[in-house]
Design a protein around this ligand. Structure first.
Ligand code: FAD
Ligand code: NAP
Length: 458
């Protein structure tokens, strides 16, 4: 490809899978390109570090792929720089030919029902970030001195949350779960965990492998009321659809779950129950669930609330009903606020002036899909960028000027080498306790850890 840039300079915003796969695709293209990856935290990997469950360490092995991208010529990690706060989009526009926004979905969706603001009610986004040691959530006031927890939603995140609450704490001690979470979980009084779906068993969003694990959790019994597994012809038609193969496997697994037994904990899967209210004075004491029936065409059935309702006593409610994107000044969110307005990755439609903007990962397509899904999706975005790039505005100021402005403003930029020091520090600390790592959970500790691998001794 003929280079009209010297070289093409692209800023990638966000160091999760979407960002890394986009960087990889750019750096493998036949074009002279430099990629600067801006990440608000001093550490990379996004939800691979702060979402993927600590008891599923194999899924984090993908970071080795991202580390190889970081070693590619032309790549630079600029950690601890938040776009929209430390640097504006207008500033990036002045120094880069194109920007790929890959900053994920940074908040949990809420139910919008009465009582959601009570203590003891959290989104899964908050709860997961807390147990995974995300520095913005270390102080989440999680209190597990209740006998029952209700998790709303039947996707894979709900299963992660239920498993962390269900597992014996000694099994979690071997993982990289945050120390503050271990402390709280070790005092947990939770006996009953309810995973609640507004629709039926044929509509679960679980991956079968993840659900199957509930049959094997030590001293925890997975429970389903057999009556809940009866359904009509439309649901049977849905389960026969190839797109619902996982749900069909889940049905077999649910049928194998038993009745409450003599276990320390029970994990109940409840169906056709829609939360309408949380009650309690200062903290949640119970949740009211309306019974539902399904209405609509196959694969598009919706839950319709009936008059009948159940009240469930519980002191912890976690809404695991999806994620939303947050806006950054200069960008437009789509109508569901779960992604940026874009067409197959293109945010900018008029390339005749300014800087071309693109999107990748969850902020491009909404909060759906596994780590691997982001690969093809980022390739699509980069293909669009490369197809457009001959039209980009060429005159840009040097990036070195921007970086020196940031330093003058007191921003401590973290390089990938710095991250490797933090990583080594965490892994060494973990080795002392036969754990994969002990995470640093504050930005100050991380910034200290950049240079201080030997501080471990102290
Ligand atoms: P993210 O991974 O969220 O990365 C976005 C990055 O952008 C973050 O590092 C963030 O700090 C950064 N950022 C945000 N705002 C700014 C800003 N203003 N400036 C600079 N940087 C910013 N998939 C699997 O395959 N297996 C699993 O086991 C699995 N478990 C999951 C568990 C949970 C709880 C969740 C929520 C998802 C899970 N997934 C799993 C899905 C997978 O994590 C996502 O597909 C993937 O992480 C999305 O990548 P992303 O790059 O779009 O977003
Ligand atoms: P999800 O799969 O979309 O599940 C969301 C759940 O919330 C659904 O059961 C949905 O029910 C329910 N819900 C939505 N709005 C609701 C409301 N107002 N009231 C009650 N229930 C409501 O989302 P997720 O669990 O957050 O997962 C996000 C993505 O990450 C998924 O693609 C998931 O596969 C991926 N992930 C993968 C893994 C893994 O591979 N191990 C682990 C974690 C996450 P309806 O169906 O009725 O809308």
């Amino acid at each position: 490809m003929n280079d009209i840039f010297d070289p093409l300079r692209v800023a990638v915003v966000g160091a999760g899978p979407g960002g890394f796969y986009a960087a990889e695709s750019l750096l493998r293209a036949d074009v002279d390109v430099r990629v600067d990856m801006y990440e608000k935290l001093p550490v990379p990997y996004g939800l691979v570090r702060y979402g993927v469950a600590p008891d599923h360490p194999k899924l984090k092995a993908v970071t080795a792929v991202f580390d190889r991208v970081a070693d590619m010529e032309g790549f630079r990690f600029l950690g601890n720089v938040e776009v929209g706060k430390d640097v504006t989009i207008a500033q990036l526009d002045a120094h880069y030919h194109a920007i790929i926004f890959a900053y994920g979905a940074q908040r949990g969706d809420t139910l919008g029902i009465a009582g959601e603001g009570l203590a003891g009610s959290f989104t899964a986004h908050e709860f997961v970030a807390w147990y995974n040691g995300h520095p913005d959530y270390t102080d989440l006031p999680v209190d597990l001195s209740t006998k029952a927890a209700a998790i709303i939603g039947q996707g894979n995140v709900a299963l992660d949350v239920a498993r962390i609450l269900a597992k014996p704490v000694d099994e979690l001690r071997k993982t990289d779960i945050a120390d503050h979470a271990l402390e709280v979980l070790s005092e947990s009084q939770i006996r009953n965990i309810y995973v609640i779906g507004r629709r039926g068993p044929a509509q679960v969003q679980f991956v079968a492998k993840e659900l199957r694990e509930f049959a094997t959790i030590t001293d925890c019994c997975a429970v389903v009321a057999k009556a809940d597994l009866n359904f009509g012809p439309i649901c049977r038609q849905e389960l026969a659809d190839p797109s619902r193969a996982d749900a069909k496997s889940c049905m077999g697994i649910l049928e194998g779950f038993g009745d409450p037994g003599q276990h320390a904990r029970q994990c109940h899967f409840l169906f056709n129950r829609m939360p309408v209210e949380l009650t309690g004075e200062r903290a949640v004491r119970s949740i009211t669930l309306k019974h539902t029936k399904l209405t609509g065409d196959p694969l598009a059935q919706r839950a319709l609330a009936l008059d009948a309702q159940t009240q469930l006593d519980c002191g912890l409610v976690i809404s695991s009903i999806g994620y939303k994107a947050v806006g950054i000044e200069g960008l437009k969110l789509g109508s569901h606020a779960d992604r940026l307005q874009n067409e197959a990755g293109r945010i900018t439609t008029d390339l005749t002036s300014g800087t071309a903007h693109y999107a990748a990962g969850w902020v491009k397509r909404g909060p759906q899909g596994t780590i691997g899904t982001n690969r093809g999706d980022s390739v699509e975005t980069v293909d669009a960028l490369l197809a457009d790039h001959h039209m980009f505005e060429r005159q840009k100021r040097a990036v070195s000027e921007l970086l020196s402005d940031l330093k003058d403003a007191g921003v401590q930029i973290v390089s990938f080498a710095d991250w490797r020091n933090i990583d080594a520090f965490e892994v060494a600390k973990g080795a002392q306790a036969e754990r994969p790592r002990v995470k640093l959970t504050t930005v100050d500790e991380m910034l200290g850890g950049c240079a201080a691998n030997d501080a471990l001794a102290g």
